[in-house]
Design a protein. Structure first.
Length: 292
């Protein structure tokens, strides 16, 4: 299930009394979203949940230079009733500290490599593109530096010693100047997997129009992709394409385009059409997102 491109975390009005009772210098919010999609892949249609979540988050000011924060988010299928096959699953859970030194967080959260490299091209609400292997989420400690004249770096380590796989290290370096952002990423994966490296570049052509490109590589796969996104006022027009080269198989192409339309600040509908996977299957989807 795809995560939403538009990130919304609006406090629930029903929890005003709870927030008011929070300790001085602290905040506490409940947030979430409901997402549905009607999809079709090579004639096989479905009505499905598209990544609905419910979570809580908050922070506490320790002193003028240091803030503690947390998030706990569950993902669930909002298109089915509460039977045994519809249990909520952990999406993210972490605690951390933020200050002039940057930010540290511990727990389970999105890959810093995926955020910096893969998401620049894989930008869809439903359709998903191939991406080089990355370390699975969980058991992770990450550090995010502040910006030094446009330069910043991130590093994370996943402790897998309990499973006998050793530690996995991920690192990202970014540089931003004016409308240009360049990123390089590395993921060592576990001891028995091949490491992955990637590069991305993004350019904000106008306030409404952006273009991006990425290159990923490991011993088994090379991926080159391009994307663009245009905000037309009431929503976005977006498109991506990439070539995937795998050892021992023929290259294949992936491409897709979509459009979104905002009904309100926290609600939008979308439509997407594309060709993905080594079988080059054609997929279409229309859906709705409501955040709270």
């Amino acid at each position: 299930m795809k995560k939403s491109i538009i990130a919304l975390a609006v406090s629930s009005a029903a929890l005003t009394s709870v927030s008011a009772m929070a300790a001085e210098g602290s905040t506490f919010d409940v947030y979430g979203n409901i997402q549905y999609a009607i999809t079709d892949t090579e004639g096989a249609g479905d009505f499905e949940d598209n990544g609905s979540t419910l979570g809580v988050q908050g922070d506490t000011k320790i002193n003028d230079d240091l803030t503690a924060f947390f998030k706990y988010e569950l993902e669930f299928d909002a298109d089915e009733d509460g039977d045994d096959d519809n249990e909520a699953k952990l999406d993210q859970a972490f605690v951390g500290l933020q200050g002039n030194f940057g930010k540290v967080k511990v727990g389970s959260f999105d890959s810093i490599y995926g955020d910096a490299i893969q998401d620049s091209v894989d930008q869809f609400d439903y359709i998903g593109f191939a991406g080089s292997s990355t370390t699975e989420e969980g058991d992770t400690i990450a550090y995010f530096s502040p910006s030094f004249n446009g330069f910043e770096f991130q590093v994370s380590s996943q402790v897998n010693t309990a499973e006998g796989e050793g530690n996995a290290t991920t690192a990202v370096a970014k540089y931003s100047v004016d409308a240009l952002t360049i990123a390089a990423g590395y993921d060592s994966l576990s001891d028995d997997a091949e490491e992955t490296v990637g590069f991305s570049v993004g350019y904000q052509v106008t306030p409404a129009l952006s273009v991006s490109a990425k290159v990923e590589s490991n011993d088994d796969q090379d991926i080159t992709g391009l994307s663009t996104r245009y905000g037309y006022g009431a929503g976005d027009l977006y498109a991506s394409a990439q070539v995937v080269s795998e050892d021992g198989t023929d290259d294949y192409n992936e491409y897709a385009a979509g459009v979104s339309y905002s009904l309100a600040a926290n609600m939008y509908v979308f439509g997407e059409l594309g060709q993905t996977g080594s079988a080059e299957d054609t997929t279409s989807a229309v859906g709705v997102y409501y955040g709270f």
